[in-house]
Design a protein around this ligand. Structure first.
Ligand code: FA5
Length: 356
């Protein structure tokens, strides 16, 4: 194109840009248009690259025309940018002034602790008041603490009572919270009052009352002259505090190698009121609190003299306790991640409601 044609095109580009800018409402759009017009690969940028194609005596004129157009266009883009920014600020200001503090607020979503956590906190509370220490132990446990120190040597048939997840490093996932007993004896020595809540794992068939991952709370009290009477009083107190009333319970002999004598404390199933249902396997009773007097071999493993000290221990099924307290008929609901499982706990007013 010759110089005259270039000048006509520059003037057309100027008026097209003015028209286009009138419809631009955002900074993003503005930047896009600017780059298409004055950017290196935009219309004007391309024309700038043609200066050397003009005869030498016209190049000065061409360059001057192009630079003048670029200056004018740049000014137009700058003014449009200021206009857009001022518009956005005004819109923000008007939004702020339309805020009505008398309108009702929007209720934030609230959550609750998991039912098992709620019951655990309650149990901890009861025992803390009685001077118990809250202890934890490892979930990946050694064979020694999970079995041998608890008077369950290798090849002892009692190992079959708790189907075990063995790990490739020779350790195992603890099958109960009882390993914390000997760990606590070693750490603190007698006299001793310890409560150890935690997760346990068993390789077993899952049904309405059995999961392969569940929670227990271990309790251990060792002192001079501790007797079965102390054990029974403590178990009754625990259930009364958690349920807020006396419950129908039954105590029957139970075998656990780490206690002698051993007991099973069952509570009447609160899902069916003792009538029989899938949760209690139609028996009307839920196994919840096995317990007993600590076996002398276990005291010895914990470096405590059984001639001087006696003690009791219990292994509360915390997940089942949560099911009874909050009316959860199937244990699988509690581990499923289904938020509806939390609703009963929220309704009965857990100790803390968390704002998400
Ligand atoms: C034990 O685990 C013993 N360590 C308890 C104990 C401690 C006895 C101290 C004496 C002295 P048991 O296997 O019965 O015992 O489990 C204890 C409780 O854990 C049961 O009563 C039950 O409430 C709960 N439980 C056991 N297996 C499961 C499971 N698969 N799913 C949910 N809860 C379970």
């Amino acid at each position: 194109m010759d110089l005259n044609q270039l000048q006509e095109r520059l003037s057309a580009l100027r008026s097209e840009t003015v028209d286009a800018l009138a419809g631009v409402a955002s900074m993003d759009e503005l930047r896009r248009l600017e780059s298409q017009t004055t950017g290196k690969s935009g219309t004007l940028g391309a024309w700038m690259g043609t200066i050397k194609e003009y005869p030498p005596d016209q190049r000065g004129e061409v360059g001057k025309a192009l630079n003048q157009a670029k200056g004018e266009l740049t000014k137009l883009f700058k003014e449009a940018g200021e206009r857009i920014k001022a518009g956005a600020a005004a819109a923000e200001a008007s939004k702020a002034s339309s805020y009505d503090p008398t309108l009702p607020g929007v209720r934030p979503p609230v959550g609750s602790f998991h039912p098992v956590t709620l019951v655990q906190l309650e149990v901890e509370d009861v025992f803390r008041r009685l001077g118990f220490l809250i202890e934890t132990g490892p979930e990946m446990e050694s064979e020694y603490y999970n079995f041998e120190a608890l008077n369950i040597p290798k090849l002892h048939p009692a190992r079959d009572m708790q189907d075990t997840f063995w790990l490739t490093n020779g350790k195992l996932l603890r099958t109960h919270t009882s390993p914390v007993q000997v760990r606590a004896m070693e750490r603190h020595g007698p006299p001793l009052r310890v409560l150890a809540p935690g997760r346990c794992f068993r390789y077993e068939t899952i049904d309405a009352s059995h999961e392969n991952t569940f929670h227990q709370v271990e309790g251990l009290m060792i002192d001079r002259h501790i007797s079965i009477a102390n054990l029974i009083a403590m178990m009754k107190l625990l259930l009364r505090e958690v349920f807020g009333r006396d419950l129908k319970v039954r105590l029957r002999p139970g075998y656990f190698p780490f206690v002698e004598p051993g007991f099973e404390l069952d509570m009447s199933c609160l899902i069916c009121d003792g009538g029989g249902c899938a949760t209690c396997k139609q028996s009307g009773w839920i196994e919840i609190l096995p317990c007993g007097m600590v076996h002398p071999n276990v005291l010895r493993a914990g470096k405590i003299d059984p001639h001087e000290y006696t003690g009791f221990a219990f292994g509360l099924g915390l997940t089942r306790l949560a099911m009874m307290k909050y009316g959860v008929a199937d244990i699988r609901g509690l581990n499923s991640g289904d938020l509806r499982a939390l609703v009963p706990a929220t309704r009965t007013g857990g100790p803390t409601l968390l704002t998400c």
